[in-house]
Design a protein around this ligand. Sequence first.
Ligand code: NAP
Length: 293
Amino acid sequence: MAELLYGKEIAEKIKNSLKQQITNLKDKYDCVPALCAVQVGENPASSVYLRAQQKNADNLGINYKLHTLDAGIDEKKLIDFILNLNADDKVNGIILQLPLPASLDAKKIISFFDPIKDVEGMHPENLGKIILDKAHLAPCTACAAIEILNSTGIDFYGKEAVVVGHSEIVGKPLALMLLNKFATTTVCHIATGERGLLQKHVETAEILIVAVGKANLISGSWVREGAIVVDIGINRLGDKLVGDVEFDGAQKKAAYITPVPGGVGPVTVAILMRNLVEAAKLQLFKRDGKRKR
Ligand code: NAP
């Protein structure tokens, strides 16, 4: 029976390690890290994530401000808003809450972020640095999956890793991170499923990470004996939240598995806070020409 990988415990460790760093920033550099979330119109789907951001920021002594802009804002005004946040020394991190209204192109807007304020790691410069294994700010959910895997003490070298889902903010960066750790990494996507080859790949996985958003896409019987399973998917099934992996079956075969909810989600928010602290240090470094620790 698999051991459950609860995100809360891993998140607490990350946040505890941030407390001292935040105190140092305040005491030595008069810097209280500040995070600005920008949402365009009200989106009920974002409210859980926004509440978690606010709560985590409050607990860590981070300044948090949510800007809710008019749903009809045009591209130029939104870009000007972002440029003002870039120029504001009191703002260390910017989040653009997705999805945006259909008239706005999220990738284009994010490309106007100052890369050292891009705490969700979605600017092209930050995504590109993952290839070089030099990213200071990388996508939070991909980093969260790596932290969860690290918590098991796994040695990645030569392991068969399978990532299901190739989105630009989760699956692709995660696959590169695994590759950087010398895992033999396979990426499955919609075409893999359409050719009927998903099961074949999943069965090889010593490390299985699924980020698709389809309830029970992965049958528990496909999971390799002793695998580590990180289920990133979140799906509403009736009144329950479930992942992409059929949990009961997978739990019988895996060595470790994340529950949904309570697995990846809390770690993602802790990584966001870690990225903010890193961003604040990068900005002090840029300003003063020396690294602040
Ligand atoms: P996304 O952008 O919709 O990407 C889903 C990926 O799954 C795409 O690459 C898609 O391929 C692929 N896919 C679709 N059907 C498939 C199939 N039958 N077989 C194999 N691959 C298939 O979603 P995302 O932003 O990566 O998020 C994925 C899930 O993770 C969602 O449930 C989301 O809610 C959850 N999530 C959780 C957290 C957290 O903190 N817990 C954070 C972020 C996301 P194509 O693009 O080729 O169709």
